[in-house]
Design a protein around this ligand. Sequence first.
Ligand code: SF4
Length: 311
Amino acid sequence: MSQEPAYVYKLQNGRKLTAAEFIIYFEQKVFKTIRKFKLFELDDKLVVALSGGKDSITVMYLTQKYLAKKNLQKNIQALLIDEGIDGYRPATIKFAIDFTKKLGIPLHIESYKKNYGKTLDSSVEFLREKGKNISPCNICGTFRRNALNVGARKLKATKVVTGHNIDDESQNILLNIFKNNFKILARLGPFNGVIEDKMFVPRVKPLYLCTEKEVRLYTLLKGFDVGYDECPYSKGSFRDELSEILNQLEDEHKGVKNSVVNFFLEIHDSLKELYIEDGSDKIKYCTSCGEPSQRIVCNTCSMKKLVNSEN
Ligand code: SF4
C-alpha cells in the first residue's frame, strides 16, 4: 500500500503541499510580488532592514536569491537598528550577524543610543518616571523610521527592503482606519514611496502577500537560525489587540487578512489622489535636523528632546 506523502500546508483551494512543494510555492509567491508591484529596478542598490527575526531574515535571503538570478547579488546590504531592548534584541543581533556572514552580505549596525542619546529601555523608564504616558512603540517607531532612512541614505541605497507581511499590513490598514489617519493609510502599500523626495529612500515589501504563518513555516523548513520571540513591549498595545482579533477571525473565516489587504489595494489609488496628490501634503524640512518632515520640527527631533529633557 502506498503511503500518503507528509503534507505541511493546505492552500485556500484545499490543495495540500509537501515541504518541498511549499518552499517552491512560497518563493514563487515572493518573486511574483516583486514583479507584480515592480518593487526592484535593475540598477537598485538595496538595503534590507534587518532585525534578525524570521521576517527580515527571510526577506533578505529571498531578495538575494532573486537578485542572483540576474547576477545582481552584490547590490544588497543589510542595516540593523539596535533599539536597546534588553533580553530581546541581543539574541536577534547574533542571528543577523551569523546569517549575513553566511550569505556574504555586508551588515551595518546603528543604534538609538548612538543616534538619539538613549536606548529604548532607558527612554521608556525615563518617561515613566516623569509620569509621561507615551507608548514604547510610539518612541520606537519614530526613531526607527528616521534611523532607517538616514542610515540607508548614508549607504547610498535606492530602496529599503522590509520584512512586512500580510499580517502586519492588515493590522496597519485597520489601525489607521480606526484612528482616522487617512494620510498615513494612503502611504501604506507594497511600495511605500508615494512621497517623492531626494532625502527619502522608498521602502518595498516583498513579503506583502505572505502570512506570518507562511513565513514561520518557511524558516522552519529551511532550518534558518532566526528569532521567533515577540518584543516585550508589543504586549497590550492596540496593534497587539488587533492582531489577536484578526487571527481569531482568520481561524474562523479563512482569507480575512487577504480581503482587508485586497480591499485596500483596490482603493489605494483613490486614497493617494485624495490625501497625497492634492499638494496639501507637500514635504517640508525639519528646521532642526534638515530631514523631510510634515512639521517645522520633525517628530524625531521632538522625541529626542523629550527623552533627553530633564524638564
Ligand atoms: Fe519597537 Fe514596539 Fe516593535 Fe518593540 S513592538 S520593536 S517597541 S515598535
